[in-house]
Design a binder for this molecule. Structure first.
Ligand SMILES: C[S@@+](CC[C@H](N)C(=O)[O-])C[C@H]1O[C@@H](n2cnc3c(N)ncnc32)[C@H](O)[C@@H]1O
Length: 278
């Protein structure tokens, strides 16, 4: 099949449209990606071309179409225990430090921003159970822009290929049960995580304070100004001495100088100044 036609003006229109709806900045070299991701929508809607799709989007389109376009350009790639060294650092150093600091309240508040289909917050939940924090009350919040992907996260149901990625067999056996061809995460883990939709570009005032925020593999899609605004919001949502974890290719460098940059077991973490330093 011929790739769907798209004029240069409409390419610019789509770049701006997707940026406005999700913050995702598509460079000028993403024409092929855009065409391949939007082609199924063109076919589904029985349109003749991407230019025609742009016409629809300009004319106050139904919510479902707007959402489908943004969804098609969003990368939900994730896996259990993504970057195992980071989870090893959490288990061996960062969480024990937080546990010491929060010994009086026995509460840990964790936010997984941009959590996709839930593998990241559920990995954290399993890690905390494995650490045997008896008597503790860890609360994990998972948020994402896409309510479609959050519904999947909330269901706690995973495909065989998803549990094959990153999840040790011992944890699969312990925390999941088979349902047909899929795997259902057990309630002990599932009820530790609450999911809600949240656009990271929105005002974060009043959120938190969190002891730990994971915002991994999402800042890369945004422009510098958006990254700055998000990092400032995340910093203010952390408790004093709280930690932010970013993806392996992400950094606060040149974007936010309010964090203390630390290396823990070869992983970089960003901490807000502890209370005594304020
Ligand atoms: C590549 S996944 C990362 C998932 C997980 N954090 C990880 O590292 O495995 C990026 C996620 O960011 C979400 N996202 C994109 N733009 C967003 C925004 N403006 N606000 C919140 N989430 C967003 C996407 O829906 C997607 O699920």
């Amino acid at each position: 099949m011929m790739p769907p036609a798209l004029s240069p003006e409409n390419y610019t229109f789509l770049q701006q449209y997707i940026q406005k709806e999700s913050g995702i900045a598509l460079g000028n070299d993403k024409l092929y990606l855009l065409k391949s991701r939007l082609q199924p929508i063109v076919e589904q809607q029985r349109l003749k071309s991407l230019d025609e799709l742009c016409g629809r989007l300009r004319a106050n389109p139904p919510e479902a179409l707007r959402r489908a376009v943004v969804e098609s350009m969003t990368t939900h790639e994730t896996l259990f225990f993504r970057d195992p060294a980071v989870f090893e650092m959490l288990r061996g150093e960062l969480i024990p430090e937080l546990v010491k600091a929060r010994a009086a309240s026995k509460t840990l508040r964790i936010w997984c921003a941009a959590c996709s289909s839930g593998q990241e917050p559920y990995s954290l939940a399993m890690l905390l159970v494995e650490m045997g924090l008896t008597g503790w009350n860890p609360q994990i919040l998972g948020t994402d822009l896409s309510s479609q992907i959050l519904a999947r996260a909330q269901s706690g149901r995973f495909l065989q290929i998803e549990v094959n990625r990153g999840l040790p067999a011992s944890l699969l056996v312990k925390y999941f049960q088979r349902e047909g061809l899929d795997w259902q995460i057990k309630d002990t883990v599932r009820r530790m995580v609450r999911f809600t939709a949240f656009d990271l570009r929105h005002n974060m005032q009043g959120l938190g304070p969190y002891d730990l925020i994971l915002c991994r593999n999402v800042l890369i899609y945004f422009e510098s100004d958006t990254r700055k605004k998000i990092l400032a919001g995340l910093r203010k949502s952390l408790a004093p001495g709280g930690y932010l974890l970013l993806g392996a290719s992400e950094t606060t460098f040149t974007l936010d100088d309010g964090f203390l940059r630390k290396t823990m077991r070869n992983s970089v973490v960003y901490q807000t100044p502890p209370a005594e330093a304020l």
